[in-house]
Structures are given as C-alpha cells and as structure tokens.
Ligand binder design. Sequence first.
Ligand code: 4AD
Ligand code: MG
Length: 442
Amino acid sequence: MSTEASEARDVRVRDLPSHAGRRVRLRGWVYNLREKGKLQFLLLRDGSGIAQCVLLKKEVGEELFEEARALTQESSIELTGEARLDERAPGGAEVRVDGLRTVHRAGPYPIGKKEHGPGFLMDHRHLWLRSKRQAALMRLRHELIQGWREFLDREGFFCVDSPIFTPNACEGTSTLFEVDYFGEPAYLTQSGQLYAEAAAMALGRVYCFGPVFRAEKSKTRRHLTEFWMLEPEIAFAGLEEVCDLAEGLLRATLRRVLERRRPELEDLGRDPAVLEAWDRPWPRMRYSEVAELLGAWKEEGRLDSQFQPGDDLGAPDETALGEHFGLPVHITHWPAEVKAFYMKREDGEDSPVLGVDIIAPGAGEIVGGSVREDDLATLERRIREHGLPEEAFSWYLDLRRYGSVPHAGFGVGLERTLAWIAGVEHLRECIPFPRTLQRLRP
Ligand code: 4AD
Ligand code: MG
C-alpha cells in the first residue's frame, strides 16, 4: 500500500459514484475474480451492492497481484483505491485498487456457479442469502417494511404490538401451534387482530406488525408456517375504509419500490413497467359476481377448477382472476361459512359477511380484512357456533361491553406482497429463514 497516498475514506458500494476521484476503502467479500493478462477484475460485494475493482500488475506490484490471485470466492477483504465513474461497470463506478488485505481466505464455497436444486439451496440458506438475487429480495423486503411503517405513521396510526403467546385462536382452530406454557396449553398467535381491536379502542388507529404462526399442513408455494403480517385496525370505520387503506398502502408501496429500488428490480429481472401498470384503481367486486364469472369460465372450458358457488377460492381460481384483470382485485361480501367468527354480516343472519380479500396477479391472496362484529350478543353467539372456548374470549367481549363502536381492519402478508412485487414464484425466497411443513432448518 502506498504510504504517500491520501487517506482513504470508508465507503459502501452503493455510494461509490458520489466519491468519484477520491480514494476510498471498501470492505466486503469476493463475489467473483477474473484475470485478463496483467489485469484482475475483482467483484466485491458489501451488502449494499457489487463493485468492480480493478488491479493492474504494473500499478500494484507483483506481491499484491499474487495476493489477489490467491483469493477465493467469498473470502473477506479490505481494499483501497481510487473511485472512478465508469458506465460499463455495474453500479456506474469502479475502484482502481492500490491496496488489498485478506481478512479471511474462504474454503471451497459450496454454492458454485452451476445450477443447484432448490433443496440444496434451502439447506444452505445461511449462505445462499449472499447471492445477488437473494440479497436483492432482502433489500426489497426491508423497503416494504420501512414503507409500510412510514405510510401508516403519516396516516396517524400508532404501532401497538400484540403478544405471540396467546390463550385462544383467531383464525380457526385447525392451524394452531400448541406450546406448553408452564403446564397450561397456549398457542402461538395466528394473527394479532383481536389485540389490535383492543388497542384501536384505546388509540383510534393502530397497527401491529410481527411474526404469526399457522400449522399449515398444505405444502403449497404460498404457505409458510411462520410469516409476517401487518394488521391495521380502525375505530369508526367500515368496509370501504378498509379497501381504500389497503389499496392506498399497497399502491404507495409500488411507487416507493419504483423510486428507491430500481437496481434490485433489475437484479431480479423484474420489469418496472409491470409495477407501474398496477398503480391505478383496482376493481372491486362482490363474491357473488366473482362466483358467476368463475362459473362461466368453467362452463366455457377456460378454467379447470373444483369451484362451486359458496366455496372459498382455490389457487386456479385466483390465478384465473389475476390473468383476467391484470390488476389486484378486491373481492368483498363473502359467504359467512368460509370466513372467521368475528366478521360482521351485511344485513342479517343469512347475508354475506363484510369481508374483503385482495387477490394479486401471480401471488394470490395478499390481503384479508373485514368489519368486525360489534354487537355483544351476536358475537357471543358466533363464538358458540364456531365451537370456540367462551372463557378465553371474555376479555375480547369486553370491547363490546364498554363503548363498542363499528370498526374494521385488515391483515397484509409481507412475504406474499414481496412475492407479488418481485415476481417470485415461491414464498420461501421471500423470508430470510423460511419455516414450512417440511422445513425447520437452518
Ligand atoms: O386472511 P388472513 O388469515 O387474515 C387474518 O389473519 C386477519 N385476522 C387479518 C386482520 O383482519 N387483521 O391472513 C391475512 C394475510 C393473507 O391475506 C396473506 O397475505 C397472509 O396473511 N397469509 C399468509 N402468508 C404466508 N403464509 C401463510 N400460511 C399465510 N396465511 C395468510
Ligand atoms: Mg384470508
């Protein structure tokens, strides 16, 4: 390392272009190494991006050139050099190296350039996260979380977290994970909603955001047993406010990603025009209209599905709707039989519930929400009808005893939303360490 050179400034790869002409220090891992005669091209990744670093033998000398040659994929290094603008370099800048230090020389890296199967990659998830695509997904995931919190903050929502150990079910008893809570059975939460309702009665507009758990016994590409859900809840609100807020939040998310995460979209091979096209009003339909559409498509032989009016939608139905509209669709006013106990009915016992699902192209259901039953006697009856243990819900019923108000909210799945935006087939790539029916490791 030349001693007379100016002090190098610590820079992250994404900030390189703004340091053009200055001496910088980068710290990271070797992504790739390529030799071309007396030149070496080293791709360094530091988590913020990948930078091309160039070593010229005549500039750096024999010893340093050999040190670089001995590097292996994923070795950790520190290097210094001048940042230069270069349109041909990824990210628009490169570093002309004048100093290099190996922090740790990596052993033969298990994930190579060749294609690996998903099972192998998932077994090496702790290393796979370093790949360009997986890192881009994690940065996008972060962007969604930031965007959601900032959006709701601007809309006057308070974050009030819900517990993870709970004494009762929220979304049906068939997907509960039971744990031994000091000799008493407890369950990992399926949704923070019931607690968010209590918080909404205290603070008006609230949300909770955290991991939720469902013992999903289906092994589909859209189901995780542990996933993250954002759940806004609003006092004095109805179905329209829920639809407006969910659509507003998700369209703001699209714009934010387009504004701030273009490089990640590029790393994922995602055409930004796809996202742009979704930023216009989304169709809103009642379940009964959707059922008619699906019935007609089945009759015409355009849709291969088991769907019967009254049923929940299946994957082929969701796919067909996504393709037909080319936009996310709000489906409202569902048959009570396929929805949760807490949903309020539109108009009397035999009417549909005031619930909404948003079905997104390629990703299926990303939002589930509803107006909540706010009448004490009706809600008590529902709890009995669903065979739920009444004593576990006594605190929840208090919300209908002391100043009950119409209120509504929704839950939006983080991984489903990321899959939709990023165009990812399988949810397992949308969470750092996925948990599914078949996977608890790493
Ligand atoms: O429709 P769900 O079950 O709704 C609720 O849990 C309500 N309590 C939310 C509320 O009103 N506060 O789930 C909401 C969303 C779904 O639309 C989907 O995005 C996601 O959570 N989700 C899953 N994501 C990954 N894996 C699973 N197994 C999921 N189940 C639901
Ligand atoms: Mg749902």
